[in-house]
Design a binder for this molecule. Structure first.
Ligand SMILES: NC(=O)C1=CN([C@@H]2O[C@H](COP(=O)(O)OP(=O)(O)OC[C@H]3O[C@@H](n4cnc5c(N)ncnc54)[C@H](O)[C@@H]3O)[C@@H](O)[C@H]2O)C=CC1
Ligand SMILES: C[N+](C)(C)CC(=O)CC(=O)[O-]
Length: 481
């Protein structure tokens, strides 16, 4: 049965949660008194639809149903997860929790997006405080995986582990914080950087643009893949962290930091920062900036995915969890179902030609797995090499479109395998790929007969597919007119 999440407060963060749950196949029910909430969530969802599916190399679940409600108690009906993302005001949050306690089921988990309040402050005076904990996400929630999970002693081990399970299921990386503190861990770190940056602008040392450049051309890139401590371990050279600490430890006592001294938050400082920020980025709207941010994040995370590292390794685990579509050999087999990510596009604004071969190669790999030519078999010394490929480009494919490849086996006999891949968006045929492959011995690098079990499965599929009409375009070559 489709699971349901309720979103209380559908602004920047609530909208991001709604998009993540929906795109991971959950039904989402929203409560937000803002008459513009539906439009605003629609815009966040549009951004999420063009970016999140591009992180997945397998078929994502069918999108859930989105509904808006006028009443908080009605909103949470049937929800196994409630995510509160109302403005950061303690008395408002506490009022919302009071109302939620009257309405939610006893098994429902209630997570708060609060950036700074401790979970015990939210649980105060509640009849069932054990259901409430902090689940602090990062903007954009539909792309950034990390969630700080901050429990108190009132939360049972069972609630905490169920919360982590659900967050993992929707593609997130829950990190449980051992002890509640104001602003958890991430916002403490961000606050330190923010404070120093305000000083640097206020003291006229650097502009907002120069500070951003120092980050994005430098340590920001490092942080995305190794964080702080692993990066510094490497910076210690062969002697590692100990040497790094010995060398840079003493500078903590030098005047490198303004420490806890905060710049005066005057109108002049606000105008200075806002003016510099306008000069830096005012040529783009916030929605344009959001899309640029999302496209960059997808491209970076896909880079990490290819390296199976950090956030990319998490995406690979998520792909494994989502699994492959069911195999039915009676007709063409779905060998790829994915969405077009931003790094598959070219200067013409559509899917670039090399990615068609990439997609068809992945379909061939999947077909090989289906006949039993998987990693274990390949390790025994047998595999297939592609001998010939012919790709036809029939219609355009654009960013975020969900594509699938259907594979028909035209011949599977002895060493030879002849595959015909058809790529679709819905019922629209986008491209075809015709491939001849030969089974080889990885020792001699020469053609060799496959193992009997592979050949039997291949023949079974080829015979089933022979009952299908031949696809249009089989055997086509480039015609010179
Ligand atoms: N904006 C950010 O970068 C991040 C914010 N957060 C946290 O997320 C929470 C929400 O922040 P944003 O989304 O940025 O704020 P926002 O102002 O964009 O959205 C808040 C939404 O709550 C709605 N709302 C107000 N009273 C409500 C009520 N009684 N019931 C239901 N909805 C109500 C408002 O109409 C608005 O749409 C805060 O606790 C914040 O600390 C967490 C991570 C990042
Ligand atoms: C500025 N902020 C404190 C609301 C930021 C966060 O809580 C997390 C984020 O997304 O940077």
């Amino acid at each position: 049965m489709t699971k349901t999440a309720a979103i209380i407060g559908g602004g920047v963060i609530g909208g991001g949660w709604a998009a993540r749950f929906l795109l991971m196949g959950w039904n989402v029910r929203v409560f937000d008194p803002d008459p513009e909430a539906e439009r605003k969530i629609g815009e966040v969802l549009a951004n999420a639809r063009r970016s999140l599916p591009g992180l997945s190399d397998v078929s994502m679940p069918e999108e859930g149903a989105l509904s808006f409600h006028d009443d908080l108690a009605d909103t949470v009906q049937g929800a196994i997860w409630v995510q509160e993302s109302v403005p950061e005001r303690l008395e408002l949050k506490q009022k919302v929790y009071g109302a939620l306690m009257q309405a939610v089921g006893e098994d429902t988990i209630v997570g708060s997006s609060t950036s700074g309040f401790k979970p015990s402050e939210l649980q105060e005076g509640l009849t069932r405080p054990g259901q409430v904990l902090v689940t602090h996400p990062f903007n954009p929630v539909y792309l950034l995986p990390v969630v700080e999970v901050v429990p108190t002693a009132a939360n049972s081990a069972e609630i905490r582990s169920r919360a982590s399970e659900i967050l993992t299921e929707i593609g997130m990386k829950p990190v449980e914080i051992k002890k509640e503190i104001d602003a958890h861990v991430a916002d403490r770190l961000l606050e330190a950087v923010w404070r120093e940056a305000l000083w640097l602008v206020s003291d006229g040392i650097a502009t907002t643009e120069e500070i951003d450049d120092i980050m994005r051309f430098g340590f920001g890139l490092r942080w995305a893949q190794m964080g702080l401590f692993e990066t510094y371990r490497v910076a210690g050279g062969e002697a590692g962290m100990k040497h790094f600490m010995a060398q840079f430890g003493p500078c903590l006592k030098w005047p490198w930091t303004k420490l806890m001294d905060v710049p005066e938050f005057t109108d002049e400082l606000v105008d200075l920062i806002a003016g510099q920020s306008d000069a830096q980025s005012g040529h783009m709207t916030i929605r344009e900036l959001e899309r640029a941010r999302d496209d960059n994040l997808v491209a970076m995370m896909r880079g990490l995915k290819a390296r199976d590292w950090g956030a990319g390794a998490l995406l690979n685990e998520q792909d494994k969890r989502l699994g492959q579509p069911e195999v039915d050999i009676a007709g063409p087999i779905t060998t790829l179902a994915t969405a077009i990510p931003v790094d598959w596009l070219d200067y013409n604004g559509h899917m670039t030609e090399s990615r068609y071969l990439d997609a068809f190669a992945r379909s061939t790999d999947r077909f090989m797995e289906i006949i039993g030519c998987d990693a274990d078999y390949i390790a025994t010394g047998g595999s297939y090499f592609t001998a010939e490929t012919h790709i036809r480009h029939i219609d355009e494919a654009h960013l975020g479109q969900r594509i699938r490849v259907e594979t028909q086996c035209l011949l599977g006999k002895g060493k030879k395998m002849h595959l015909f891949h058809s790529m679709y968006e819905g019922e629209r045929l986008l491209a075809t790929g015709e491939h001849i492959l030969l089974h080889v011995s990885l020792e001699t690098r020469r053609p060799s007969p496959p193992a009997e079990k592979i050949e039997l499965r291949l023949v079974e599929i080829a015979e089933a597919h022979a009952k299908q009409p031949q696809p249009e375009g089989v055997g086509r070559a480039i015609k010179v007119s």
